[in-house]
Design a protein around this ligand. Sequence first.
Ligand SMILES: C[S@@+](CC[C@H](N)C(=O)[O-])C[C@H]1O[C@@H](n2cnc3c(N)ncnc32)[C@H](O)[C@@H]1O
Length: 279
Amino acid sequence: MMAKPAQDQPYLQVNLLDKEFEQISRWVYQAAGIRLSNNKKALVSSRLAGRLRELQFSSFQQYIDMLTHPKHPLSVVERQTAINLLTTNETFFFREIAHFDFIREVILPLKAERKLRCWSAASSTGEEAYSLAMMLAQYHNGPWEIVGTDINAEVLEKARNAIYPMLRADNIPKAQLHQFCLKGTGSKVGTFKIARELRRHVSFRQANLQQLPDDLGQFDLVFLRNVMIYFDAASKERVIANVQRQMKPGSYLLIGHAESLNGIANQLTLIRPSIYLVA
Ligand SMILES: C[S@@+](CC[C@H](N)C(=O)[O-])C[C@H]1O[C@@H](n2cnc3c(N)ncnc32)[C@H](O)[C@@H]1O
């Protein structure tokens, strides 16, 4: 008997089979370098389930076939949607505050008056880039620019909009909140927007750390935080080599406190936990 089409079964629960999970894991590893461990199966299933319903697919296999089909008319768009759904984008303002203290106390005095090009290399929704922007606007005397990049197109859209729920303002120091964040009114009540004065220094573009675009340019300061935790050793090594190529001599690389570059940071000098200098 033929299976009923999914649209006739609105509450159908589609099971993610082990072999389907393996196919999705392989695909996301090739696309983004992200290693999904076996305990992520339920997470993957729940993140993609809504998409299956929207596409009226009755099995994950149908979805995988579409995703991996080289000529399917929707596969390019769907691959981006799948990446958007499968990446973890948690972030917040002034995350790992010791890095911001180090920038203010050590890096900015050394680079006084010089032009600073900074990169938030897995920017997610932009909180990291705008936290840095607040610091530079307040403490750096020279010109500056921040580029935020991410593989997830949806978070980049949010980053460009620069509108955040008021609850997200908790970590922003009061003085900077008043100076650089505009309280929403009318339909925007309960939100704030990053002031134009900061936004004009900050741009966002899509980039896969596994394969960076040629025209990214060179940077003086790079945040590469809380993204390598999703990579295996080979992806991490590739990403560090790629990122190093974009760094000027005398530039700084900041990684997440829970991350390590043991054995792969050959041209980098560890100067504080999670802070590296490019010779
Ligand atoms: C947990 S967020 C970290 C955000 C911010 N750096 C922080 O520390 O708060 C990780 C981000 O890395 C992005 N990401 C994952 N794999 C990537 C890749 N191959 N290239 C670029 N970005 C990637 C995800 O889309 C996600 O937005």
